[in-house]
Design a protein around this ligand. Sequence first.
Ligand SMILES: Nc1ncnc2c1ncn2[C@@H]1O[C@H](COP(=O)(O)OP(=O)(O)O)[C@@H](O)[C@H]1O
Ligand SMILES: [Mg+2]
Length: 248
Amino acid sequence: MSGEGLTARGLTAGYAGRVIVEDVTFSVARGEVLALLGHNGAGKSTLLRALFGLLPGRRGQVSVAGRSLDGLPPRGVLAAGLAYVPQERSVFPRLTVAENLRMGAYSLTDRGVLAQRMEAALDLFPRLRERRDQLAGTMSGGEQRMLEVARTLLLDPAAVMLDEPSIGLSPQMARSVFDVIRALADGGRAVLLVEQSVTRALAVSDRALVLEMGRTVLEDRASALAEDDRLAQLYMGAAGKAFGSPGR
Ligand SMILES: Nc1ncnc2c1ncn2[C@@H]1O[C@H](COP(=O)(O)OP(=O)(O)O)[C@@H](O)[C@H]1O
Ligand SMILES: [Mg+2]
């Protein structure tokens, strides 16, 4: 499946006049996962916030499913078909799984469609189906992450952005999250994935883009990047610095 997913052209954004992300251009088709890689502080989260309409003063063009998102607030962005799972936990801990899912569909008035989407989301997440009436706050971190992803599906988004969805999860739970991410794309959505682990990211993605200091420094097919010395250099060079390697 393919088609117009998420596109950004010349995207420039930041905070209070400080430019963080500069002139970034990319597109993710439906059916595709694009990994957004880069060191801590490279501007990955800022880029997602800018796409979602959270940063005033953004420049450039963003569109989803062929519709321009320029000037839209987050509510409008969601309604246009772009979903966002931020890095911070965002489930309502005192609501049940089913209630949390319904919160994802606040703007849906058709009960039939709501029921249908709810079932479709639960089909993708059998663990959540088993816990349908459990309070979200009593579930494991991985299960809460699943719920955050499932909740985005209630509005049937054309594109989904996830900011480090596997952070803090057990390797097994992280694997389930990546399986779901792949399934989202295979089901015809465009997926933009921010991920710290380069290996895991490349394994689940079709293409990847590397940000450094808010600019794109590499972009290629995931399989090509996995073999690309430039990627290894970017990461190994910084790892040496990060750990204060004396370079002996
Ligand atoms: N809310 C904020 N206000 C001001 N500066 C911020 C804010 N969030 C992040 N920054 C700055 O933006 C830069 C990029 O951060 P971020 O987008 O979080 O990077 P990444 O997600 O790649 O680790 C950093 O220099 C960070 O200090
Ligand atoms: Mg971040």
